[in-house]
Design a protein around this ligand. Sequence first.
Ligand SMILES: *Cc1c(COP(=O)(O)O)cnc(C)c1O
Length: 383
Amino acid sequence: MVRTARVQPLFDDVAERDADPGAAGAVLTIDLTALVANYHLLQGRLGGADCAAVVKADAYGLGAARVAASLSRAGCRHFFVAHLQEGIELRRVLPAEAEIFILNGLMPGAEALCLDRGLTPVLNSLDQVDRWTALSRRLGAALAAILQIDSGMARLGLSPAEIDRLTRDPARLDGVALRAVMSHLACADEPDHPANRAQLAMFEAQRRRLPPAPASFANSSGIFLGADYHFDLARPGAALYGVAPVPDAPNPMRPVVGLDARVIQTRRIAAGDAVGYGHAFRATGPMRIATLAVGYADGWLRSAGRAGLAYVGDQALPIAGRVSMDSLTLDISVLPADMLQPGDFVELLGPHRSIDDVAAAAGTIGYEILTSLGGRYRRRYID
Ligand SMILES: *Cc1c(COP(=O)(O)O)cnc(C)c1O
């Protein structure tokens, strides 16, 4: 029996409703107020340390320009992106005093562009150090950079052997205005993993061999490992966007993303009828099906179909059959007949269904759900 199932009007505001021509298959709502609340929550957790914002991959799919501008107004001064190209685009929307760091490092030939666009590289190897200092010598001015050391992830950053070489020839860092020394945790989302302590010890030991500089270590989950991990500058991404920083614990972050998908058709089917590609679902009795205008081309992963749920009010509705490219099918038999009509919206992400719920159903992590969010949604920002 359905208790509170009710098709909610998605737009309270009449002007906003009238502006929606029904053209998009779904509406992605990004709550910038919740984003800023999450930033303040993390900043509060950090005590005296500063809180940067990681806005790579278009702020995990939510729109780097809008997200970064909001965080900048909230007092954030340090932003991290992955690629130089992302930094170039972000520079246009941030005030000059905001510093933008390029996590993926300094590619050969990109030095002048990086400097010209007012971006600060994360130097991940001695070769990158040498090319940045060569530019600094040509200009006769020190150039800002972060130095990354690999504390046990084997992904990016100077190895201990490279740090050995630096300590034997410290002049190699002349010309670098060292903004920070950083490293990155591999297992921060597993608080009991021994690699966390091991990486912390390695980071402490290696950074003492370098010129004194502020230290940056923690990502979102790292902030929740405790004060030992905070140092001077934390680099959260996912938690800002509402992903639970500590899996299997209550999520202290506010949800930032909502996704409401449009019903485009409903039908009745009989026992034995099959639904969707591969006939992966077959009705065992009479049932009703609603087709939603969201598919894997919108980032609604095929794997999210298996244990997938959508919501009308408090009522959960299982996904029936495989997710198609542009649509998916929902078992709506439990709803009163004719309650859902073409044009109505159904919640795929929102108060009843978190990013982490969807990720668990799809066998992946919230990060992948967020960064997969498609380009066909109508996007609305709450500010
Ligand atoms: C992506 C990234 C972060 C942010 O990680 P979250 O887990 O999203 O908080 C921080 N530091 C580095 C080096 C990263 O690559």
